[in-house]
Design a protein around this ligand. Structure first.
Ligand SMILES: Nc1ncnc2c1ncn2[C@@H]1O[C@H](COP(=O)(O)OP(=O)(O)OP(=O)(O)O)[C@@H](O)[C@H]1O
Ligand SMILES: [Mg+2]
Length: 239
């Protein structure tokens, strides 16, 4: 069995006394892509922030790359190989694409040429300021800045925000290739459930801060009608 890069057990967490996540348990192994799905407000971003050590769990345990995340600073987890791409992409508009990747690449773990092979559409944009790129191109830069660090655990929040499903599928194909080539464990938060499932091994569906459905991507796909009815706020079969 391959090593677990993320392990979550009986996790409860939230904001200033308001519990958002209740009893979440799952894990991500090396080389595995796991989709974290669920409607708006289900607790997806709160989950990623808790795994990354930004929010302290009120109960339960999170282990990142074998270490308890509550005892590590986010900075330390990053040094050990965790990369977190936030919903707003975390980019600086005034930097060029080239400088963004150079900044991300401080430890030179991967040549930018290799990243360009994973995301060839970036090549012609190399000298352009990030602020002048389209939303999809900016998301590609955010992903490239993550890939250049060759993460062991990659946490991706909502890459698809405002992007066409075709663009999202291309980005996810690069994520899939990286997981296969490097053994990176990926946890990706997505609204486009079908596109995410096509690139994932397994999926977890959150609803009201609890795990409503969990399984291999195929099984979750076949129950997607139930998942989608929960997106629309209907009672469905997930309660
Ligand atoms: N800083 C905060 N303080 C208090 N409550 C918060 C805070 N951030 C989020 N919440 C609440 O926590 C719950 C879960 O929010 P979260 O952002 O994790 O959802 P999400 O699944 O990422 O949703 P979306 O798909 O809209 O991004 C929501 O009810 C939200 O209002
Ligand atoms: Mg969110």
């Amino acid at each position: 069995m391959s090593a677990q890069v993320l392990n979550v057990e009986g996790l409860h967490a939230g904001y200033r006394g308001v519990e958002v996540l209740r009893d979440i348990s799952f894990s991500v192994a090396e080389g595995e892509v796991v989709a974290l799905l669920g409607p708006n407000g289900a607790g997806k971003t709160t989950s990623l922030l808790t795994f990354a050590g930004v929010i302290r769990p009120s109960r339960g345990a999170v282990r990142v790359l074998g270490f308890p995340s509550e005892r590590q600073s986010t900075h330390l987890l990053a040094q050990r190989g965790m990369v977190f791409v936030p919903e707003d992409r975390g980019l600086f508009g005034q930097l060029s694409v080239a400088d963004t990747l150079r900044l991300a690449q401080r430890s030179r773990v991967r040549e930018t040429d290799e990243v360009m092979d994973l995301l060839p559409a970036l090549r012609p944009l190399w000298r352009r300021k990030v602020a002048l790129l389209s939303g999809g191109e900016q998301q590609m830069v955010a992903l490239a800045a993550a890939l250049v660090r060759r993460p062991r655990l990659l946490l991706l929040d909502e890459m698809s925000l405002g992007l066409a499903p075709q663009v999202v599928s291309e980005l996810l194909a690069a994520v899939r290739r990286m997981a296969d080539q490097d053994g990176t464990g990926v946890l990706l938060v997505e609204q486009h459930a079908r596109v995410a499932l096509a690139a994932s091994d397994r999926a977890i569906v959150l609803r009201h801060g609890e795990v409503a459905l969990e399984g291999c991507a195929e099984d979750v796909s076949s129950q997607l009608h139930v998942v989608e009815s929960s997106y629309l706020g209907e009672s469905g079969n997930l309660a």
